[in-house]
Design a protein around this ligand. Structure first.
Ligand code: FAD
Length: 454
């Protein structure tokens, strides 16, 4: 196998990629701070897409606002573009996805504290972390998501959940899960990769599992690994950018990608590497047929729920734990000193990095108004056209991608809502995918990194 002969070389490449990262980790260690409220003291929980944007925008708007980000990780890692890393696209390494926190905080004049938030006391406007205690005038929650294993597999023990989570990394949250999945792909023999998208409900970046399907097929094809990428999906082929993905799978990877809709995973035996699932004939088939599949690599992405940090704050949440908002604003309905951005909001807009940036900019405007005693217009600049543009790579050689754009507007129900369009390419091919969209994908990601850090 071609991949085996390259194996030693790949090991060297990985080591090279990791060296600058570990150096950056050392740079980001920041001492504990005990702060005092100034009337304009803003604490942000979570240094992801939403939190970093709020911090930068607040400082841009008003240098007298004191901003601190509290983030449990010591290095930023991007989920967007991580499927390109798994797919082995040219010049995409771990260093493409990571960034230090320190340089941006110095440049924009906010504080960065590496710590995990463990308690939020709204009454006293005080939070407890693993690295000191802090008070705030305004608290911003941007903690992202969590996996709801208990809801999806209520009969599984804690040990079973830990075993499957470890062996079949979901890689929907930034960090080591992506590295684990990459390593498993690099070490796999001929055989199947099974991808299980979240079974139901709102989840982070709806196209992500399907872009990952394309990218892993790309990796297997290039590395001449014999096997299939099998998607076990509860849906019946209707998913985000579904027609565009399925067109590209038929055209580019007909012998590699197999999409099995109306299936439900019920067990994973990580020792013998077998997934057990039920396959339903149609939506009226309530019994189905139980089947098994052997795998080399399994990417099981559980149902999502909101990060427990939002519940910790004791603000109103919906049934999946997402924060209930004060109308069209990014303020909590319960507490006028708490704002929520990113995937943790219950607005009817897709949970994406681009949306997190859009919402965070609006939230920053609303916070700056509040601390300066001004009134905000929560409907300003709505509807917002192409407020979310989400790209997905579908092949590597040549590089091609598809996209969806969303317009956000004020829904009469009182929340923000998004409406999406998946355009065909403009190159006359009649297909959804194009090389120019792939170029835009790379440009978008470079732009996002500039937006967060420069
Ligand atoms: C594979 C994949 C591909 C994607 N592709 C795209 C794309 O192409 N385009 C796009 O727009 N979006 C994409 N996304 C979605 C995007 O990554 C998320 O929507 C975005 O990161 C949400 O931002 P956030 O700030 O809500 O959460 P995050 O970026 O996850 O940040 C949350 C932060 O909070 C921290 N945190 C959590 N709890 C605590 C605590 N107790 N104390 C301190 N810190 C805490 C976490 O460590 C984390 O850094 C993709 C996602 C995935 C998984």
């Amino acid at each position: 196998m071609k991949r085996r002969s390259l194996f030693k070389l790949a090991g060297v490449a990985a080591a090279v990629a990791v060296t600058p990262v570990s150096k950056l980790i050392a740079d980001t260690k920041v001492k504990s701070i005990e702060n005092r409220r100034s009337g304009k003291t803003v604490l942000i929980i979570g240094g992801g897409f939403g939190g970093l944007t709020v911090a930068k925008e607040l400082r841009k708007k008003d240098k007298s606002i004191e901003v601190t980000i509290i983030e449990k990780k010591d290095i930023f890692m991007s989920c967007p573009f991580s499927n390109s890393y798994l797919g082995g696209l040219d010049d995409v390494g771990l260093d493409t996805l990571t960034h230090d926190y320190y340089s941006a905080s110095v440049k924009h004049g906010y504080s960065f504290v590496q710590a995990e938030v463990t308690q939020i006391d709204r009454k006293n406007q005080h939070i407890t972390t693993t690295n000191g205690n802090f008070t705030y005038d305004i608290l911003v929650l941007s903690p992202g998501i969590a996996y709801d294993w208990e809801k999806q597999f209520p009969t599984w023990s804690k040990e079973k959940v830990a075993d499957v989570a470890h062996s079949c990394p979901a890689a929907l949250m930034p960090g080591s899960e992506h590295l684990a999945l990459k390593r498993q792909l690099e070490n796999m023999d001929d055989g199947n990769v099974i991808i299980v998208p979240p079974a139901k409900g709102k989840y982070r970046c709806p196209p992500a599992p399907f872009e990952r399907t394309s990218m892993i097929a790309n990796y297997m094809k290039n590395e001449e690994i014999r096997g299939k990428v099998i998607v076990l999906d509860t849906r019946d082929g209707k998913f985000s950018k579904g027609a565009a993905f399925q067109e590209s799978w038929r055209d580019i990877f007909p012998d590699i990608i197999e999409y099995k809709g109306l299936t439900e995973v019920i067990d994973v035996d990580t020792k013998v590497k077998i997934v057990t699932y039920i396959e339903y004939q149609n939506k009226k088939d309530y019994i189905g047929t139980t089947k098994t599949l052997k795998y080399q690599v399994c990417n099981l992405i559980p149902i999502n729920k909101c990060s427990p940090v939002v519940k910790m704050a004791g603000v109103a949440v919906n049934e999946s734990g997402y924060a209930v908002m004060d109308g069209y604003s990014f303020r909590s309905k319960t507490d006028q000193n708490i704002y929520v951005v990113g995937d943790a909001v219950s607005h009817k807009i897709p949970p994406s990095g681009q949306t997190a940036i859009w919402g965070a900019k609006r939230a920053a405007g609303q916070i700056a108004d509040q601390v300066n005693g001004r009134k905000s217009d929560f409907k300003a600049n709505l509807p917002a056209r192409a407020a979310n543009v989400c790209f997905s790579m579908v092949s590597g050689k040549p590089e091609e991608a598809i996209m969806v754009t969303h317009t956000f507007s004020a829904d009469p129900s009182g929340v923000l809502k998004g409406k999406g369009t998946v355009p065909k390419s403009q190159d006359g091919s009649g297909k959804f995918r194009s090389k120019s969209t792939a170029k835009l994908t790379r440009e978008w990601f470079s732009g996002v990194k500039r937006e967060l850090f420069s």
